[in-house]
Structures are given as C-alpha cells and as structure tokens.
Write a protein that binds this ligand. Structure first.
Ligand code: SME
Length: 157
C-alpha cells in the first residue's frame, strides 16, 4: 500500500477520479472499520481541504461521532435531527447550500456554511453517514454526491 496520497489539481471530477483508485488501494485487504473510515476521512481532507469531513455511526437510536478530520464536533445526533439525522431518516444524500436555511441544522462549528451528508447503506439499512462541511457557501453539488456515494459504497459495516 502506498503511504503517500498523490494529490492532484484540476476540476472536481478530475480530483475525485484520481482519488478513488487511491482510496480503493487504502481499503484493499483491510477489514477493520475504524481504520478504513479514518483513512477515507484523511484522504478526502488531504485532497479537498474541506473544513470538516467525517463519519457518524448508527448506535441504537442515535448517530455517534466516528473517525473524522477537522475541529472537534458534536458527539451524538438523534434520528431526524440536523442534516445528518435527516439523511439517516430519509436514507438519502442531502446537499445543503446554506446551512442557515436548513431548519434544525446542528451548528457544531459556526464556520460551517454549506454541507453534504451521504448515508452509508447495507442491505437497504443506514448504518452511518458521511458528513462534509465547508466554510464556503454552496460548496457541494451533484458531482460531490455522485463520487461520495461511490466512495461510501466501498465501505462495509
Ligand atoms: N451540521 C451537522 C452536524 C454535524 S457537524 O456539522 C460535524 C448536522 O446538522 O447534522
């Protein structure tokens, strides 16, 4: 396994296209969930420099903070609460161009302005979410959704 990520410039699509094979390389042969979530969060942070990127995992009736990169964050989120809890409840990706306009948004950090949350699915059940936050408005779009959904499909609970 390569120890260093090869970071590229280019369009968002080009960046994801270069990153995904490297993420596959990081995951291959490793079955430990925390290790894999930690490396995916680190790889996305290194390539895109988002304000916050990480995972929340379903534990009983809550999402609990998992591996992440960025400032300290809220540890527990109930189903249906905030962007993460809504993505869990609806089992779909949510793109929030302006967090102040999302009713019930949970502000773990006042610097966060836009957000994307992608559910982690196994046999149709949500077992966690990937959450990315930006300090820029309107930072995430369908390209992020497409590739982040592809990345989380590589992860198994
Ligand atoms: N903003 C999220 C909470 C998690 S933090 O942003 C890391 C939400 O509304 O669910």
């Amino acid at each position: 396994m390569a120890e260093d990520l090869h970071i590229i410039n280019g369009t968002k699509k080009e960046q994801y296209e270069a990153l995904i094979p490297q993420i596959k390389g990081l995951l291959v042969g490793e079955t430990d969930l925390v290790a894999n979530l930690a490396n995916v969060a680190a790889a996305l942070k290194e390539q895109f420099h988002w304000w916050w990127i990480g995972f929340y995992l379903v534990k009983k009736d809550e999402l609990v903070l998992g591996p992440f990169q960025g400032p300290v964050a809220c540890t527990r989120i109930r189903k249906g609460r905030g962007v993460c809890g809504s993505s869990w409840e609806q089992a779909r990706t949510l793109i929030v161009p302006d967090v102040e306009k999302f009713p019930g948004h949970i502000a773990c950090s006042s610097a966060s302005r836009s957000e994307i949350v992608v559910p982690l699915l196994h046999d149709g059940e949500v077992w966690g979410v990937l959450d990315a936050d930006s300090e820029l408005l309107d930072h995430y779009d369908e390209t992020d959704q497409y590739y982040l959904e592809m990345i989380v499909a590589l992860l198994q609970p």
